[in-house]
Design a protein around this ligand. Sequence first.
Ligand code: CTP
Ligand SMILES: C[C@](O)(CO)[C@H](O)COP(=O)(O)O
Length: 230
Amino acid sequence: MTAKLNARGDVAVLVPAAGAGLRLGPGGPKALRLLAGESLLVHAVRRVAASPSVRLIVVAAPAAEVEAVRSLLASVAPVTVVAGGAERQESVARALAVVPPEVGIVLVHDAARALTPPAVIESVAAAVREGRPAVIPVLPVVDTIKEVTPDETVLGTVDRSVLRSVQTPQGFRHSVLADAHAAAADPLTDDAGLVEKAGLPVTCVPGSELAMKITRPLDLILAEALLKLP
Ligand SMILES: Nc1ccn([C@@H]2O[C@H](COP(=O)(O)OP(=O)(O)OP(=O)(O)O)[C@@H](O)[C@H]2O)c(=O)n1
Ligand SMILES: C[C@](O)(CO)[C@H](O)COP(=O)(O)O
């Protein structure tokens, strides 16, 4: 299968959306859960499609929901839908496999970060276009961070000034992401981690509080409130 191409843009965006959403609680696959009457996936894809750099979008859907997701997104944007895998990394790899080689920049963006503004997508893409092999949006860490033992005894306080909280979309030169996935041994929680293992530099750009990952029930309530912001 080859992904659908739009005339504009030079960026492919992969949207892993095949997770169960266990931390959100019962209610079906998280990407299909509703936020203000529309699924998280629709919110996410609409914002991706509004980004001028985007040429094609590939969604990795829960395997049992591929046709349903195609129908759901048909009126939102031209999207290619593939079946996701058991781990996020596998879902990303399956989506990456249908991106044509001539598309030079690939972004990986969680459906769960449904309210990410197009401006963040554009700034990540721009940094890759300027020559960075891998780019991630980040925020400073706001809590004091402790290192602990398995029995929850504190070993010490970590210097948070050198820590960053990492969001998506994460952007890559196509070949960098493809090589990193081809070399992947163990599943990691993000794609930049695979590039780090390959010894390539990963560059941080400012993220956005709107790009929060909807993970737990409170996050859905916060996201509903964020949607009402002027
Ligand atoms: N096998 C998987 C697991 C996750 N994801 C996607 O990766 C993104 C980030 O994952 P997370 O927020 O952790 O989602 P879930 O895995 O669904 O959450 P949980 O761990 O609570 O089950 C989500 O858009 C999710 O749908 C995926 O495509 N395939
Ligand atoms: C990719 C990610 O959203 C960056 O913060 C995050 O690593 C996904 O992790 P999860 O444990 O699968 O939610």
